[in-house]
Write a protein that binds this ligand. Structure first.
Ligand SMILES: Cc1ncc(COP(=O)(O)O)c(C=O)c1O
Length: 442
């Protein structure tokens, strides 16, 4: 990052900077922006010194905590362990949370710390996911819907050279989740709806290309039910017409395209951690930033629109809290309470993040099981293709399926099929905005 952006007290050559490309190559992931890394080291240091300073007094508290967590493990076994599946008797939910004792112990551990607001567990979660995806920044928010709102709003920031402006057109699919569409309207953008393909249920890139007009500034696409869109064509179209690309990866954590995780192709991408999703923290979501400056704008929009990037409880990370001249504000106006965006407060709590840290450890297992379930259903339903259209996916895609989409062919009653499945204790859902297709558990 250029030294000019570091707000250092000691003067440095403004064109200088820290080259992190080689480091990125060695680590196999993009280096975290320096200001974010410094902020986290500081926060961890504060958390550690807090523990160390109180450790003699806290000796009793620490052993009590260990005892409590041991009891929580026992409680998990007594109260939460899943009952074995009984064919035809057990309900087959279309999705649901799957958790073990570590989710419960992390949650209680975090609650005993009583940090409450996003803190050390949040840092750990963001950092682990960022490294796993190999992206510049991951910012936790309180839902996938909030993630979409923050991502779209961030692209309207006047700190960008070419922000989205009211009336700009954004191409998005007609079959979509409500809060993939809503942030476009909330930001006074004009959605241009194009159709999806039967079988993939993803936006048709040829229709996207045809829909580009002089007013088009962005493409916003969900990877429907975890099935990656044609990201090759979409990135080509976005580059050719200088459009922002936002990937709504809310249903697709763990899915890959051409060997790369989805969510790493667009300028920004979003994830949901609602219980039906690949991992959960109850309510939760994240915004992935794939370009240098976006992370700070995203965090500003998420955190009241503030200009300052101090973590909660910090007050002078930049070392110039009273040294900035910002816009029309008087010289030295308190940076901690300066606001440069029309923002929100969409942070989750540290308790949610603590559950997420445990869930993230299970992600590979969840993805493998979802794929195995999908294959079982796919092979089992293959003989019925004369009445059902089974899902298909791009040859370069490795979906981490969210569900199993089915479309009935002419002459087959969708309603009768849904009723039969529900009577057999198998839950179904409609694909959002879909008329004749639905999905099963995966
Ligand atoms: C594609 C898509 N985008 C956004 C969301 C919203 O996520 P959340 O329920 O966490 O608000 C969902 C929810 O399932 C979704 O499927």
């Amino acid at each position: 990052m250029p030294t000019a952006e570091l707000s250092q007290r000691a003067p440095r050559p403004l064109a200088g900077g820290l080259k992190t490309d080689r480091l990125g190559g060695l680590l196999g992931t993009e280096a975290m922006p320096l200001d974010e890394a410094l902020k986290r080291v500081r926060r961890q240091w504060r958390a550690d010194t807090h523990v160390a300073a109180g450790s003699s007094v806290r000796g009793g508290a620490d052993s009590l905590k260990r005892e409590i967590l041991e009891k929580v493990r026992e409680y998990y076994v007594a109260a939460h362990q899943a009952t074995p599946f009984a064919p035809f008797a057990s309900r087959v939910p279309y999705a649901g949370r799957v958790y073990g004792e570590s989710e419960l112990t992390n949650l209680v551990d975090a609650s005993l710390d009583f940090w409450l607001t996003l803190g050390p567990w949040g840092d750990r979660f963001e950092q682990t996911l960022r490294q796993r995806l190999g992206v510049r920044d991951v910012a936790l928010v309180n839902s996938g819907s909030s993630a979409n709102l923050v991502a779209v709003t961030a692209l309207t920031s006047t700190q960008l050279e070419e922000p989205l402006r009211p009336g700009d057109e954004v191409i998005t699919p007609a079959a979509t989740f409500p809060t993939t569409l809503a942030p476009l309207l909330q930001n006074q953008l004009t959605p241009v709806l194009v159709d999806c393909e039967i079988g993939t249920y993803n936006i048709d890139p040829a229709l996207v290309d045809a829909a580009v007009s002089e007013k088009t500034r962005a493409i916003m696409v969900p990877h429907t039910l975890g099935n990656p869109c044609d990201l090759e064509q979409l990135t080509i179209i976005a580059a050719r017409h200088h459009l922002y690309l936002i990937e709504d990866s809310c249903d697709a954590l763990g899915s890959c395209y051409d060997g790369r995780p989805v969510g790493t192709f667009g300028d920004l991408a979003t994830i949901s951690f609602y219980p039906a999703h690949h991992i959960t923290m109850g309510e939760g979501g994240a915004v992935i930033s794939n370009k240098a400056r976006y992370g700070r704008i995203v965090r500003s929009v998420r955190d009241w629109g503030r200009d300052c990037w101090c973590a909660p409880g910090e007050s002078n990370t930049c070392g110039r809290r009273f040294g900035w001249k910002l816009g029309d504000l008087p010289q030295g106006y308190d940076h901690k309470y300066s606001y440069s965006h029309i923002g929100y407060n969409l942070k989750p709590t540290d308790l949610q993040a603590a559950v997420g840290v445990a869930q993230l450890q299970r992600l590979d297992d969840f993805v493998n099981r979802r794929r195995a379930n999908f294959n079982l259903l796919f092979n089992g339903l293959k003989p019925f293709e004369d009445g059902l259209i089974l899902p298909r996916w791009d040859a370069r895609a490795e979906p981490a399926w969210f569900g199993f989409p089915i479309t009935v062919r002419d002459g087959v009653s969708r309603r009768a099929l849904v009723q039969w499945l529900e009577d057999a204790n198998i839950e179904t859902r409609d694909v959002f905005a879909g008329r004749r297709c639905g999905f099963l558990a995966s």
